[in-house]
Ligand binder design. Structure first.
Ligand code: ADP
Length: 165
């Protein structure tokens, strides 16, 4: 079976991420959306469990897409699937350098592991989770940026964070 892993922090999942997952699900028999626990990232907006729960609701229409989480190296995680391929979105601008470096390192750790890239859809090429977090902090309309299933949660979390902070 052909298996793709779409890794990321998804804090929160954006329409750009969803676009990549949807397109990947048409190419591979099975897709694992992998929420990575990244110790280097600043304090997250959503916990890992919240992110997994939100993504599960978003991808529920896609029968061949599942959601998992992993606290470790992606190249190690991929070994459990044998022939899995990493699929990532490539946005205009800074993604190339970082992604090229990560793909090389993953291949050094796990030589059988291939990374493939789908160019981001034109509409989403400047969209990131950090832009969404910033917009949410201003209570902006998020309907062009995040899946409708999570709009209220993202806004509520941003507003709650303000009150607490
Ligand atoms: P970010 O880089 O926004 O923190 P992630 O670490 O969750 O997001 O990103 C996971 C993967 O999704 C990366 O390969 C990234 O390039 C890709 N990605 C993020 N946003 C988009 C987008 N708007 N369009 C296409 N791919 C994207």
């Amino acid at each position: 079976m052909s298996i793709a892993i779409c890794p990321g922090s998804f804090d929160p999942m954006t329409l750009g991420h969803l676009n990549i997952v949807r397109r990947t699900s048409r190419i591979f028999e099975r897709v694992v959306v992998l929420v990575m626990v990244n110790a280097n990232k600043r304090s997250p907006m959503f916990t890992i469990d919240e992110r997994v729960d939100m993504i599960k609701r978003i991808v529920s229409p896609f029968p061949n897409v599942s959601v998992e989480t992993y606290d470790g190296l992606l190249a190690e995680y991929a070994k459990r699937y044998g022939e899995a391929v990493i699929v990532k979105g490539l946005r205009a601008g800074t993604d190339f350098e970082n992604e090229f470096q990560m793909a090389q390192i993953n291949k050094t750790i796990n030589p059988g592991l291939e990374t493939m890239f789908l160019t981001s859809s034109e509409k989403y090429t400047f969209l990131s989770s950090s832009v969404v977090r910033e917009l949410a902090g201003y209570g902006a309309d998020l309907s062009d940026f995040v899946p409708r299933e999570i709009i209220d949660e993202v806004l509520a979390k941003a507003q709650g964070g303000k009150k607490n902070g």
